[in-house]
Ligand binder design. Structure first.
Ligand SMILES: NC(=O)c1ccc[n+]([C@@H]2O[C@H](COP(=O)([O-])OP(=O)(O)OC[C@H]3O[C@@H](n4cnc5c(N)ncnc54)[C@H](OP(=O)(O)O)[C@@H]3O)[C@@H](O)[C@H]2O)c1
Length: 301
């Protein structure tokens, strides 16, 4: 089996490579069929997914069985001010990969986001794969278009929506909070946006389970349990042993202090229903996965 990982130097791409080389992770061993897999990790310097011809030629030359697309423009505020870049990386990139995969009969696992949803409360019920997307930010809009192109141009696809992702590698909310906690006595964090923190270990493990299945379709894949960014930040300070106080603010107050920030959904808690109905939902409770992160944290930021 030959697996091409795009955006391989990001959080998820790095974690996928680690699990493929370690033959598993804390959640379990790598599926048997992946043990001898040939892995081709590429990032923008080797394969810029926004270049249609280059993408089609690269995939034709290497003939992967499966492509896992971890490449994205993930700076949510940056997407508002650099819409063309967001459009190219988050929508045209996956379109190019879908066209290329279809030409060689490869399967495409494309990673997307909870920010495709508008954030309306849904009666406090987590959103499953039947929920209708209606994004409220440039990031969410371009990621949704990317999903639609994947569905349209590649028959054998998996779209895996995750949320609030963190890992030992790259930039993320956990590392930002630790950095702030090391230099401040007190910080303010929004408490009226609710979702599911997701450890990249859990996400990568489930993506690799899907990679050997034929259960094509759309998946939600997030940590179990729901919290606010403020709850998440409080747990991070505890995990890192920092005394910094986390004080709640509303999204409205935060937006007044940060006028250039993008709109974010107030309710984007997801239900991993498709995982439960197919390969199994072993995503850990977000608090357990965060504890595990700190148990393995080497202090690097
Ligand atoms: N991070 C989150 O909280 C979050 C939440 C929900 C969903 N997701 C989704 O999860 C997936 C993985 O996210 P992540 O946090 O691992 O992302 P990440 O750490 O930002 O990594 C993305 C990688 O893609 C690369 N890239 C950017 N433009 C590219 C291009 N044109 N061609 C090829 N590679 C390119 C980036 O390179 P540079 O660094 O050089 O730009 C980076 O190495 C993405 O689809 C993201 O939308 C993430």
């Amino acid at each position: 089996m030959k697996i091409l990982i795009t955006g391989c130097r990001g959080q998820l791409g790095t974690e996928l490579q680690k699990q493929l080389s370690d033959e598993g992770c804390a959640l379990g061993p790598l599926p048997e069929r992946l043990r001898k897999a040939t892995v081709i990790p590429v990032d923008v310097d080797e394969l810029d997914i926004t270049d249609r011809e280059a993408t089609i030629n690269y995939i034709r030359r290497h003939q992967p069985d499966t492509v896992i697309n971890c490449a994205a423009f993930t700076n949510v505020d940056g997407c508002e001010t650099n819409r063309d870049v967001a459009f190219k990386v988050n929508a045209i990139g996956p379109r190019n990969l879908a066209l290329a995969c279809e030409k060689v009969g490869a399967r495409l696992i494309h990673v997307s986001t909870d920010y495709v949803f508008p954030g309306t409360a849904n009666g406090g019920v987590p959103l499953d794969e039947c929920a209708v997307p209606a994004p409220i930010s440039a990031y969410g809009q371009t990621k949704l278009l990317g999903e639609q192109y994947v569905e349209r141009f590649c028959r054998r696809y998996f779209i895996v929506r995750t949320a609030w992702l963190y890992s030992n590698y790259g930039k993320n909310f956990v590392k930002t909070m630790i950095r702030l906690g090391q230099t401040h006595d007190k910080i303010t964090v929004v408490n009226d946006q609710l979702g599911n923190p997701t450890n990249a270990v859990d996400l990568a493990y489930h993506i690799l389970k899907l990679a050997v299945s034929h259960d094509y379709g759309i998946y939600h894949c997030t940590g179990n349990g729901i919290c606010s960014w403020c709850d998440f930040a409080t747990a991070i300070m505890q995990g890192a042993g920092l005394a910094c106080k986390v004080e709640p603010v509303t999204s409205e107050q935060y937006a007044a202090m940060n006028p250039a920030s993008a709109n974010r959904p107030a309710w984007s808690a997801l239900d991993n229903r498709m995982l439960r109905c197919t390969v199994g939902d072993e995503m850990r409770d977000w608090q357990d996965a965060l504890k595990d992160y700190f148990a393995n944290w080497n202090g690097e930021l």
